[in-house]
Design a protein around this ligand. Structure first.
Ligand code: SF4
Ligand code: SF4
Length: 244
């Protein structure tokens, strides 16, 4: 996103809307008594919030043409944009919350996700790559219908296309499946990564309720020292069942 310096009157209204604080205010070069705003393009994740908020009276905020690899910022940060390869808006995935519709994660295995980034901080994709490569070393299978999987140069190693490493997004979700015997090593890797990456991340784990009654996943997660926030979600028949 950009701000037309000629049109901007420096009212600062847009600055309050940016979730990563990429909009700054400066003195005008042509008149130091007046202000203008500018966008730090390295920090901007192209979420479109400042534009959609419609707070700029002189309409100084505009969307420049986004080319590869920058366009990836918008795909992962603007909920109004559909991810081309998956056909899903937002972060481009149906993800595990709709598992009873999609049936991605079968009985006998667990679905996991690492959500890298959050509003106010965002994430560099190089951090996502570090986590993905460490997970790949433990033999996890990345979800083929997740947009992050399309960013890999090599899906087996979790290595990203190199031009993407410095791109910044609001957040992106690595999704994968683990077999019961993989859970401990995977959690260990995730723990190690918390010291190695700068971006914040959280971890999701999904299991079938009847398996959970036997207690394995939660028990292992707690043993590994992770704080647990159990969460149930039921879709009320509004989704088209793909899991037949
Ligand atoms: S597009 Fe989003 S990240 Fe970029 S300046 Fe606007 S609000 Fe901030
Ligand atoms: S809202 Fe518009 S005029 Fe006001 S500071 Fe932002 S870009 Fe400039």
């Amino acid at each position: 996103m950009r701000i037309d310096a000629e049109k901007c009157i420096g009212c600062e209204r847009c600055t309050y809307y940016c979730p990563v604080e990429a909009i700054h205010v400066a003195e005008r070069e042509d008149n130091p008594k007046k202000k203008r705003s500018w966008i730090d393009e390295d920090e901007c994740v192209e979420c479109g919030v400042c534009f959609r908020a419609n707070v700029c009276k002189p309409q100084a905020i505009y969307q420049q043409e986004l080319k590869w690899p920058r366009v990836i910022r918008k795909s992962f940060s603007d909920p109004m944009v559909e991810f081309k390869e998956t056909g899903v808006p937002g972060r481009g995935t149906e993800e595990m919350k709709t598992n009873e519709i999609t049936g991605r994660f079968k009985k006998g295995s667990w679905g996991m996700a690492v959500e890298v980034g959050r509003p106010a901080v965002g994430a560099r994709l190089k951090d996502l790559e570090l986590i993905a490569m460490a997970l790949a070393e433990r033999g996890v299978k990345f979800e083929p219908r997740n947009p992050v999987t399309f960013l890999f140069e090599d899906v087996k190693s979790g290595k990203l296309k190199p031009e993407l490493r410095n791109e910044k997004v609001l957040s992106a979700i690595i999704e994968f499946e683990v077999k019961p015997e993989q859970l401990k090593p995977v959690l260990q890797v995730i723990k190690e990564m918390s010291d190695k990456v700068e971006s914040v991340f959280s971890v999701d784990l999904i299991s079938h309720p009847e398996e959970e009654e036997k207690g394995p996943a939660l028990k292992i997660v707690k043993e590994m020292g992770f704080p647990v926030y159990p969460n149930g979600k039921v879709n009320l028949g509004l989704g088209r069942v793909l899991n037949k």
